[in-house]
Design a protein around this ligand. Structure first.
Ligand SMILES: C[S@@+](CC[C@H](N)C(=O)[O-])C[C@H]1O[C@@H](n2cnc3c(N)ncnc32)[C@H](O)[C@@H]1O
Length: 286
């Protein structure tokens, strides 16, 4: 048992995210109410989150992104969605915290140990719709494609979500995943977060050190063009700048990133905050 709050594998990043939602839950005027997040994050989630540098900025970014993805899901569901496939679901609790149609089929996929512990912790809690969980390493292309084929056949109108997953895939692996999802006719839409800062994005060294066991691998010059090449185009984009203004939740004035951000002219600050956000993608004809 690692008690020092060190990230030892990529699944630990899910504890970190859950802790951020647990903190948000306690906040007056929380934009995400996630009463199960503290249970799921546990003590390790707290230690991991507290050991990460730039914690206020990261929490802001995660809450902005999660709430933007919530909005996109609520826009997508009335379009006839019958199945949601959440890849790299981590300790996400949308089927417990959101008002979703009870008839929807919600499937979560993540690494086997994480899924086992999530199942155990949520055993006595009831989701608003049917939830299935699959423990699988999504980098195993043949098993994941079997899974996609099975759910693809059973779904009429599928929505894929992958929040915070793509950064842990190499460019080639992300392109394969996008191509494989594109190949399933009933997977009509895909919602995830984007980071279009391209080569301007430099991860602070202190962060890279903490994420040594779960490095960010995905780096492309043009995020939207990359996915367009695999057949997916952006249908609706919510930038962090838009969502931050909508929620009246400005970038935190925390040292040092907040000070650097507020030293920028407003238009440039908006430009920086528009390079990230959430997107709903649909298929183009290739
Ligand atoms: C940053 S967390 C995000 C979790 C969740 N979507 C959220 O927003 O709270 C990244 C998630 O991707 C999962 N993940 C990364 N690589 C994976 C892989 N190859 N197979 C399955 N899950 C993976 C991790 O286990 C982790 O739960």
């Amino acid at each position: 048992m690692n008690d020092a709050g060190v990230i030892t594998n990529v699944a630990d990043t899910a504890l970190w995210m859950a802790y951020i939602r647990a903190m948000e839950n306690q906040r007056a005027g929380a934009v995400i109410r996630d009463p199960l997040a503290a249970l799921l994050a546990g003590d390790r989630g707290r230690k991991i989150a507290r050991s990460m540098p730039h914690s206020a900025t990261t929490a802001w970014g995660m809450i902005i992104r999660t709430s933007a993805i919530d909005r996109l899901i609520l826009e997508a569901l009335p379009l006839g969605v019958d199945t949601v496939l959440n890849l790299g679901a981590g300790f996400d609790t949308r089927p417990y915290r959101m008002e979703l149609p009870s008839g929807i089929r919600w499937i979560e996929v993540d690494l086997p140990d994480l899924i086992e512990s999530k199942n155990a912790m949520l055993r006595s809690h009831a989701p608003v719709c049917s939830v299935e969980r699959i423990g699988m390493d999504l980098s195993n292309r043949s098993s994941r494609n079997e899974l996609f084929a099975k759910f693809g056949k059973e779904a009429k109108n599928g929505l894929v979500i992958s929040e915070g997953l793509i950064p842990y895939f190499s460019n080639d692996a992300a392109a394969q995943l996008a191509t494989d999802l594109y190949g399933i006719p009933s997977f009509c839409r895909w919602i995830h977060d984007f980071d279009d800062a391209g080569e301007r994005r430099k991860m602070p060294r202190s962060w890279a050190q903490k994420l040594e066991a779960a490095p960010f691998l995905f780096q492309v010059k043009d995020w939207f063009e990359f996915f367009k090449q695999t057949g997916w185009h952006a249908n609706k984009v919510i930038t962090s700048a838009d969502q931050s203004e909508r929620l009246d939740r400005p970038f935190p004035l925390a040292f040092p990133l907040g000070l650097l951000m507020y030293a920028l002219p407003k238009s440039m600050r908006r430009q920086v905050l528009s390079a990230t956000g959430a997107v709903m993608m649909e298929k183009s004809r290739l």
